[in-house]
Design a protein around this ligand. Structure first.
Ligand code: KIV
Ligand code: ZN
Length: 391
């Protein structure tokens, strides 16, 4: 792995599946895991094995079929969780145990009714125990976003001492500003003893709509892994969207950060996850939403017809979308109508277009969107139709 390579850790099947009502069965998870491997993710977090027999089985079945990616199972800092995860991962070619504990004062005081020194000991013991089963152990400091940096650095140091190879710094509650989250990563890079033995990982939640921005600031400041989900699904407002961070790094090559993702599969896997979980993707969702490459206002349509790059920063084919869409509404201009008419076989002169455009506007005022059947109808009922077909 080069220093500019950002590892993509997909947690659609674990954090993503925590969306209420979106439970997947093992067969569905196996199908998605295979597609995640085709997509080129580096790590697949397949589940939380101790949480239910179904999750255990899913992690076990995914471990059997995944050839290249690391397969990861989540645990708390509890010995039985760790032992059960190691059993679920026993067929994995590259197994990883992801263990951790809450480190913010709020978690220490209210969840664990404990103190900072005890949490350090529990973190150390959990990683040490996980290392008796697998070489690759990731440690998460839950609620790191609200953990003060000095203490967080001490937590990271004990996890590294116990053998952790990845340190996950979750903004569990989606609280941080991008500048704060970036500064946290920078602080850890500069102050954690032994940091060269591990990589830092961004795990951001979207409660304030900042998950993607925070993850990008995290890698700009030294983190080398991003934890994310397809379509950004996950608890509450969701997790960092995989397709967003991947395309941001691709579209900004001067950052000199890249991923192993085959971006042409992004749209397909977005649809697969949305269908399998019966969870609708908002039309204006970046990269994979139905309107991400659709143009409906006259000014934009005219530009895109002349040159796609006037209003698009991504070639839709790069993410698996066949082409940009010129959507006809009452806001559309003549250029868009002529373009769509040409696509279905009508080559219109300027005068014919003027006539048909007037009919089009009347029609479009009554209907939200004009489809190909409507265009045929508008042209066939126009005064110039005879002229058009005899040309
Ligand atoms: O958001 C979070 O803190 C998590 C951890 C369990 C990794 O999902
Ligand atoms: Zn999370």
């Amino acid at each position: 792995m080069s220093n500019s390579n950002i590892q993509i850790f997909d947690t659609t099947l674990r954090d993503g599946e925590q969306v209420p009502g979106c439970k997947l069965n093992t067969e569905q998870k196996v199908v998605i895991a295979k597609q995640l491997e085709n997509l080129g993710v580096d790590v697949i977090e397949a589940g939380f094995p101790v949480s239910s027999p179904g999750d255990f089985k899913s992690v076990e079945e995914i471990s059997k079929i995944i050839k290249n990616a690391t397969v990861c199972g989540l645990t708390r800092s509890v010995r039985n969780d760790i032992k059960v995860a190691s059993e679920a991962l026993k067929y994995a070619k590259r197994p990883r145990i992801h263990t951790g504990i809450g480190t913010s004062d709020s978690h220490i005081q209210f969840k664990f009714k404990s103190n900072r020194e005890d949490i350090l000991q529990r973190a150390y013991d959990a990683v040490k125990y996980a290392k008796t089963f697998v070489e690759d152990v990731e440690f998460y400091a839950e609620d790191a976003g609200r953990t003060d940096n000095d203490y967080l650095a001490r937590v990271c140091e004990v996890a590294i001492k116990a053998g952790a190879t990845v340190l996950n710094i979750p903004d569990t509650t989606g609280y941080c500003l991008p500048s704060e989250y970036g500064a946290k990563m920078k602080y850890l890079m500069e102050n954690v003893k032994g940091i060269e033995k591990a990589i830092l990982s961004c795990h951001c939640h979207n409660d304030l709509g900042l998950a993607t921005a925070n993850s990008i600031e995290g890698v700009i400041n030294g983190a080398r892994q991003i934890e994310c989900t397809i379509n950004g699904i996950g608890e509450r407002a969701g997790n960092t969207a995989l397709e967003e961070v991947v395309m941001i790094l691709k579209q900004h090559p001067y950052l000199n950060l890249d991923t192993n993702i085959n971006t042409q599969y992004l749209y397909g896997i977005s649809q697969l996850v949305s269908d399998s979980m019966a969870i609708y993707t908002q039309p204006n969702k970046a990269i994979v939403g139905a309107n991400a490459f659709a143009h409906s206002s006259g000014i934009h349509q005219d530009g895109v017809i002349k040159n796609r790059e006037t209003y698009e920063i991504i070639d839709p084919k790069a993410v698996g979308v066949t082409e940009s869409a010129i959507v006809l509404t009452a806001r559309s201009g003549r250029a868009a109508l002529a373009y769509r008419a040409k696509n279905i076989g009508y080559e219109l002169t300027k005068l014919q277009l003027d006539d048909i455009y007037a009919n089009f506007l009347n029609f479009a005022d009554q209907k939200k969107e004009i489809d190909d059947a409507d265009i045929h109808h508008i042209i066939e009922t126009s005064k110039v139709y005879k002229e058009i077909i005899s040309a």
